[in-house]
Design a protein around this ligand. Structure first.
Ligand SMILES: Cc1cc2nc3c(=O)[nH]c(=O)nc-3n(C[C@H](O)[C@H](O)[C@H](O)COP(=O)(O)OP(=O)(O)OC[C@H]3O[C@@H](n4cnc5c(N)ncnc54)[C@H](O)[C@@H]3O)c2cc1C
Length: 454
């Protein structure tokens, strides 16, 4: 394969900038142009909730690399406020709009990396375009929410009880708002195990956050000042001078699809394990693309920053011929709600059944520190395995100390296709300040081994 002379990257956040930087680092003679339709590149979106919590910090603190630094330090031709509109795969041309100068450009490429990310779902309901209704996806959204908080709103309604909804329930409470979470499905944290959800529900209640599940939202209504004032639902009206819609994300895959690239069943861009799309000169990475799942052994779509960075780096390396393989994800994610750490990896019991496994589960609570050592709190561990083979399938953890990072042991076990017996015999650290002689993960494995065939 000949190394391309000119590469275009679409999207300049985690995946796009990882790819662009990797190309320049490995092959400085290759020209790289990044088109980013927004005003920022390379920022830590994951840090936005915690930044919003602190009125003293600027949202710009989350920017890791400015456009100027990308140009001067990495030699990347970085064009902000440039939106890619069409891709002509036969000609190798991208049509771009320079949004500030209202100019149409046609730029040619030898290789293309698509890293257009995902967008937040907006509700197509009356009143959901009123001032005071926000989503949290990019730095502009984060800035808008910080500004809104300065106006000292009193009542926030969060639509959606996924991990961003939970993080923001905590953040907005900390900013002094009375928070209500409305979820259309029958439980908070859809897809998580009920015992993890129960711990999250307890922590919300104990911090004064009201929540309702099985709610159908009908509209948002304005007050006399023209700003949002309430949410209308089948359970009545809720006061809201701020609504955060945290109802999920969708892949920005339409541009790729229009150009003739294959999408997967998930609606995201299909890629092979080299991050190559259905066209040999086009790679895709991050939230716009699918990712190979090591447990399911097929592509799936779980849009997370960890994956975007790795896939972007591999896409960039492969554009210049490195031949690297993205080994895949196991679906590891975590968050904090008030003082409760919550994390998961792999698949849950319900999904395991849908995938044709015969799942067995165990849920235990064990102290985070040794008996007799001061402090220490219960850590809840929930494990899922296949009854016949004993193969570990998934895990969830929750606790106010020592919970989230323990998920990494389980993520590693999943990646290595360990059985419950393998897990039970792991040589995990024991020292009284941070574990019992039987770590909570091992206690859970000891319980689960009783239910599996090997
Ligand atoms: C509040 C919040 C908290 C999060 N917390 C975590 C966390 O704790 N852990 C974790 O792993 N992940 C987390 N994530 C997810 C993580 O931020 C994303 O997975 C990551 O940003 C994806 O990076 P990306 O480069 O693929 O896409 P994006 O960040 O979506 O970037 C894509 C870029 O492409 C640009 N673009 C789109 N279309 C075009 C076009 N046609 N032309 C030019 N440019 C275009 C967009 O403007 C955008 O800037 C969080 C996300 C949010 C919003």
């Amino acid at each position: 394969m000949s190394v391309p002379r000119r590469v275009i990257v679409l999207g300049g956040v985690a995946a796009g900038m990882s790819a662009a930087s990797q190309i320049r680092r490995r092959h400085p003679k290759t020209e790289v142009t990044v088109f980013e339709r927004g005003r920022h590149i390379s920022y830590g979106a994951c840090g936005m909730p915690y930044n919003i919590e602190d009125p003293e910090r600027s949202i710009e603190d989350l920017v890791v690399l400015s456009a100027e630094q990308a140009r001067s330090k990495r030699g990347i031709d970085l064009r902000l406020r440039h939106r890619a509109d069409e891709i002509d795969l036969d000609q190798g041309i991208v049509s771009v709009t320079d949004l500030d100068n209202e100019l149409e450009l046609r730029e040619s490429f030898d290789a293309l990396v698509i890293a257009t990310g995902a967008r937040a779902v907006r509700l197509p309901l009356p009143g959901f375009d009123l001032p005071g209704v926000e989503v949290l996806r990019d730095l502009g959204d984060g800035a808008a929410i910080k500004k809104l908080c300065e106006k000292e709103p009193r009542n926030a309604v969060i639509v959606g009880a996924g991990y961003i909804g939970m993080e923001m329930a905590h953040v907005l409470s900390a900013r002094g708002l009375r928070v209500t979470v409305l979820e259309k499905l029958p439980q908070l944290l859809p897809g998580w195990h009920e015992e993890t959800v129960a711990m999250v529900a307890d922590v919300l209640s104990s911090h004064g956050v009201e929540y309702h599940t099985d709610v159908t939202i009908k509209a948002a209504e304005a007050g006399s000042d023209g700003r949002v004032a309430s949410v209308v639902t089948d359970r009545g009206n809720f006061d809201a001078d701020f609504i955060l819609v945290a109802a999920g994300v969708r892949p920005n895959a339409e541009l790729a699809s229009r150009s003739g690239l294959r999408l997967g069943d998930t609606g995201a861009i299909w890629v092979n394990q080299h991050q190559q799309t259905s066209h040999p000169s086009v790679w895709a990475a991050g939230d716009c693309a699918e990712a190979y799942h090591r447990i399911l052994r097929r592509n799936t779509w779980i849009p997370l920053g960890t994956t975007a960075n790795k896939q972007g780096r591999i896409a960039g390396a492969n554009v210049v011929g490195a031949g690297q393989r993205f080994r895949g994800i196991v679906g590891t994610a975590g968050f904090v709600v008030f003082d409760l750490e919550v994390a998961r990896t792999g698949i849950g019991e319900k999904q395991a059944k849908e995938e044709g496994f015969d799942p067995v589960t165990a849920t235990i609570r064990q102290r985070s520190r040794a008996h007799g050592y001061p402090g220490g709190v219960p850590v809840q561990v929930h494990l899922v395995a296949d009854r016949e083979t004993g193969l570990l399938l998934g895990a969830e953890l929750a606790g106010t100390e020592g919970a989230a990072l323990r998920v990494n042991t389980l993520a590693t076990a999943l990646a290595a296709h360990m059985t419950v017996a393998d897990l039970q015999n792991l040589d995990l650290v024991y020292a009284p300040p941070f574990a019992s002689v039987w770590d909570p993960v091992l206690v859970a494995a000891n319980q689960l081994i009783k239910k599996v065939g090997s």
